[in-house]
Design a protein around this ligand. Structure first.
Ligand SMILES: C[S@@+](CC[C@H](N)C(=O)[O-])C[C@H]1O[C@@H](n2cnc3c(N)ncnc32)[C@H](O)[C@@H]1O
Length: 232
């Protein structure tokens, strides 16, 4: 197994199946709602951007087009290496091995943080929040993206998988920590049914994945998320 930095949250979808996760990333939000909402709240032209839990670096090129500097931080060394390969041609991007609880970055050195389905899932992530407060400059913004289990087809699947998940508790946690919720209804849009099947099989236990496939025709899945954000 590849080295993993202490404090990493096991992420079997991308750790075990990075190629399928790439297919998933390509299917996420074809309408660009996440990007447009982030831009409205804190554009990153000329900024220093941190993509925290960057995985294979799928989102790094987007930030690199306008930001002055982009740093990807990723605790799984194999994924960090893949991210480095992806951005080898981009002179303003670096990828560091590291975790949210101990960021390899100086104080007050970042303007925008993007953490997408990575570590910040509610109660328990306080050490990472302390690190965000340390590395973000005054006026900087943290964007944390996670599922909204209260609605949408994907939200329903998520609740069937984790019936004890308590969205209210998670929402109260973020409000207590000064975050504002931007609820977004995005889509997954696949080119092939086989791609949707492969993605469901890395995201859910086998039996549930097969049940969801049998119940849900087509190439599209409506998917509610929360874009949590806080200005520092
Ligand atoms: C579901 S993947 C998402 C990857 C990437 N954000 C994307 O959207 O393509 C979650 C990522 O968070 C990383 N991760 C897990 N624990 C972490 C931690 N403590 N700090 C930072 N990243 C973490 C995992 O290694 C994995 O790459």
């Amino acid at each position: 197994m590849a080295d993993v930095v202490r404090g990493a949250v096991p992420s079997p979808n991308i750790w075990n199946s990075p190629q399928v996760y790439e297919v998933e990333n390509r299917a996420v939000d074809p309408d660009g709602l996440i990007e447009a909402t982030m831009r409205r709240l804190h554009p990153w032209a000329g900024a220093n951007v941190l993509d925290l839990g960057c995985g294979t670096g799928f989102h790094l090129p987007l930030f690199a087009r306008e930001a002055t500097r982009v740093v990807g931080v990723e605790p799984h060394s194999g994924l960090a290496a893949a991210a480095r390969r992806r951005v080898a041609h981009l002179t303003n991007v670096t990828v560091r091995d590291g975790a949210a609880q101990a960021l390899p970055l100086p104080d007050a050195s970042v303007d925008v943080v993007h953490a997408r389905w990575a570590y910040f899932f509610g109660p328990g992530c306080e050490p990472g929040l302390a690190e965000l407060a340390r590395v973000l400059r005054r006026g900087g913004t943290a964007f944390l993206i996670d599922n909204d289990a209260t609605r949408s087809t994907f939200g329903g699947w998520f609740r069937r998988w984790l019936p004890d998940y308590n969205p209210g508790k998670v929402e109260r946690f973020w409000a207590r920590h000064g975050f504002t919720r931007e609820p977004l209804l995005i889509r997954w849009l696949f080119e092939r049914r086989a791609d949707l099947a492969a993605v469901l099989r890395i995201e859910f236990p086998a039996e549930l994945a097969e049940a969801f496939l049998a119940e849900h025709p087509g190439l599209e899945v409506d998917y509610a998320i929360n874009l949590w954000h806080r200005n520092y």
